[in-house]
Design a protein around this ligand. Structure first.
Ligand code: FAD
Length: 306
């Protein structure tokens, strides 16, 4: 990342929200469920699957967590009614993890059971390392409690992930494998770009060996080609794995995977709590300085920009 981009990443939280909102617009479907529905329809028309995420990770009360549970109920009803090809992704902190494990578990179970009623599926996103143990425990609890329509995310930047895969292997977990986005200490996470890539490939290989269904979640050209190599070597059919990408990121690469006949699922976040998610996406954008600068200059000159 260029120097200016790195400097911008550091000061991002100080940038006025309207600017963040505008430049991060491409990563978010909108604030309403109808926005997510419209985006998923378009993606489905393009031959892509979706996973809908109700934004809301900074909740501080039981009531807010329940609102998110209710929002997911509306999402499932909309998926059914509109015939969308989409599952959902949930964040445990949004369902009350920091208020209490049992409260969160009860909320998650409600969402997963509701999904099961319409044969749908719930992916538990992985958040920062303060939640890793609880997230894995929660996934295990649900699976051992007989719920099958639930999957987890594992992060290739964490040194522990290869062991987590081995521990979870008897469950044949349905896993989204990604690099990981939170800033973690060197003691527990690889930071070197090539080391993270290397561990991603190692983890993917281990998951496939365990017979897991894997969502290969990356926009990294090298990892996409390694993913294709590994699923090809095992002779997997298109129903036995999928690629995953984020809304608004490297759409041409995604379209190519679809053209080549692979399943591609797009992560579609919507909701009023767009700010934290937007910051994370902007931090990853290699051209962030350009976007912010163009928008800021546009505002100073009184233009709306494109
Ligand atoms: C479907 C999905 C779900 C995810 N869920 C989680 C999760 O639960 N927990 C978690 O910690 N992380 C999650 N992530 C984020 C993930 O961990 C990475 O931070 C993110 O995918 C970037 O890593 P990368 O593999 O794409 O490689 P990178 O090397 O970061 O990106 C490869 C290339 O993609 C492009 N690119 C990447 N991001 C952007 C962007 N924001 N804007 C513009 N271009 C971009 C750039 O061209 C970049 O060079 C998820 C990612 C995906 C795709």
């Amino acid at each position: 990342m260029a120097l200016l981009d790195r400097a911008i990443v550091r000061v991002l939280p100080a940038i006025p929200r309207p600017i963040v909102r505008k430049v991060s617009g491409r990563y978010i479907a909108g604030t309403e469920l109808a926005d997510a529905c419209r985006v998923v329809k378009r993606l489905n028309d393009e031959g892509k699957l979706a996973t809908i995420d109700v934004l809301g990770e900074e909740i501080s009360s039981r009531e807010e967590a329940l609102e998110i549970v209710r929002a997911y109920h509306d999402v499932f009803e909309t998926i059914e009614r509109e015939g969308l090809d989409s599952n959902v992704s949930v964040k445990l902190t949004g369902l009350g993890l920091k208020l209490g494990y049992d409260l969160c578990r009860a909320n998650l179970e409600r969402v997963v059971r509701h999904a099961a009623e319409s044969d749908n599926f719930v992916r538990i996103d992985m958040e920062d390392s303060s939640s890793t143990n609880d997230t894995i425990r929660m996934y295990r609890d649900l699976r051992e409690g007989g719920l099958e329509n639930v999957g987890i995310v594992l992060q290739a930047y964490l040194r522990r992930t290869i062991m987590d895969i081995r521990d979870l292997a008897p469950l044949r977990p349905n896993v989204r494998l990604c690099k990981g986005i939170y800033i973690e200490p060197l003691a527990i996470a690889y930071r070197d770009f090539d080391e993270v890539r290397e561990n991603f490939v190692l983890c993917l290989d281990e998951l496939l060996r365990a017979g897991s269904y894997v969502g290969i979640a990356t926009h990294d050209e090298y990892l996409i080609s390694e993913g294709l190599r590994l699923v090809g070597e095992r002779g997997l059919t298109r129903e036995q794995y999928e690629f995953q990408m984020l809304l608004g990121v490297r759409e041409a690469a995604g379209a190519e995977l679809v053209r080549e006949g692979h399943r591609l699922r797009i992560y579609v976040p919507y909701g009023k709590e767009w700010y934290s998610y937007s910051l994370r996406r902007l931090q990853e954008n290699p051209k962030i300085a350009g976007y912010i600068a163009a928008d800021t200059v546009g505002r100073l000159l009184g233009r709306n920009g494109t």
